[in-house]
Design a protein around this ligand. Structure first.
Ligand SMILES: Cc1cc2nc3c(=O)[nH]c(=O)nc-3n(C[C@H](O)[C@H](O)[C@H](O)COP(=O)(O)O)c2cc1C
Length: 152
C-alpha cells in the first residue's frame, strides 16, 4: 500500500459543513482510484491560521501521486508540501474514502504531548510541529478516533 502525507496552509477558513461539501466529489474520485485516507483541518487559535494535514493511500502509487498533484494545485490552500511518501503493509484509514475532521491547535498540541512526548515542545509553533511526519500522522490517527462524521 502506497501512502502520501502532506501539509498545507488553508487560504480560507472553511467550516466543517463547507469541507463536507467539497469532499463529496473528492470521495467519489478517491473511490474510483481505490484511495482512502483522512483529512484534518487544524485551527491554530493564537494566530488564526488554518492548516490541512491529509493522508492519501492506495495500491497504485501513480494514482495516489496524480491525486496529490491535483490537490496541490487547489487554490483553497498554499505551501502544500509532502511530509512523507512510501509503502506500508496495509491501509491505515481503510474504511473511509476520505474521513474528515477538525481540531484546534491546543487539542493538537495536547494530543502530541500525550503520544509523542519526545517531540512535543510548546515553544514551537503548530506549523513547525506538524513538519514532523510522525507527529502529523499521529494527529490524524488520534483525530480519526474522535470523529463520528458519516463516510461515503
Ligand atoms: C484540503 C483539500 C483536500 C482535498 N482532498 C481531495 C481528495 O482527497 N480527493 C480529490 O479528488 N480531491 C480532493 N480535493 C479537491 C481537489 O483539489 C480538486 O479541487 C478536485 O479534485 C477537482 O479537481 P479538477 O478541478 O482538476 O477536476 C481536495 C482539496 C483540498 C483543498
Amino acid at each position: 500500500m502506497y501512502e502520501l502525507l502532506y501539509l498545507s496552509r488553508g487560504v480560507v477558513d472553511l467550516d466543517p459543513t463547507e469541507m463536507e461539501t467539497f469532499l463529496g466529489s473528492s470521495r467519489v474520485r478517491n473511490a474510483q482510484a481505490d484511495i482512502t485516507g483522512m483529512l484534518l483541518h487544524v485551527r491554530d487559535a493564537p494566530t488564526g491560521s488554518v492548516f490541512f494535514v491529509q493522508l492519501l493511500e492506495g495500491p497504485d502509487p501513480d494514482l495516489v501521486e496524480q491525486t496529490y498533484q491535483r490537490i496541490s494545485k487547489d487554490e483553497l490552500h498554499t505551501d502544500v508540501h509532502v511530509l512523507h511518501r512510501g509503502e506500508r503493509p496495509q491501509r491505515t484509514f481503510g474504511d473511509w474514502s476520505m474521513l474528515a475532521g477538525a481540531t484546534s491547535a491546543e487539542a493538537a498540541l495536547r494530543s502530541i504531548a500525550e503520544n509523542i512526548s519526545d517531540d512535543a515542545s510548546t515553544a514551537e509553533t503548530t506549523w513547525d510541529l506538524l513538519q514532523d511526519s510522525r507527529i502529523a500522522r499521529s494527529l490524524l490517527i488520534i483525530a480519526a478516533g474522535q470523529e463520528h462524521l458519516p463516510h461515503a
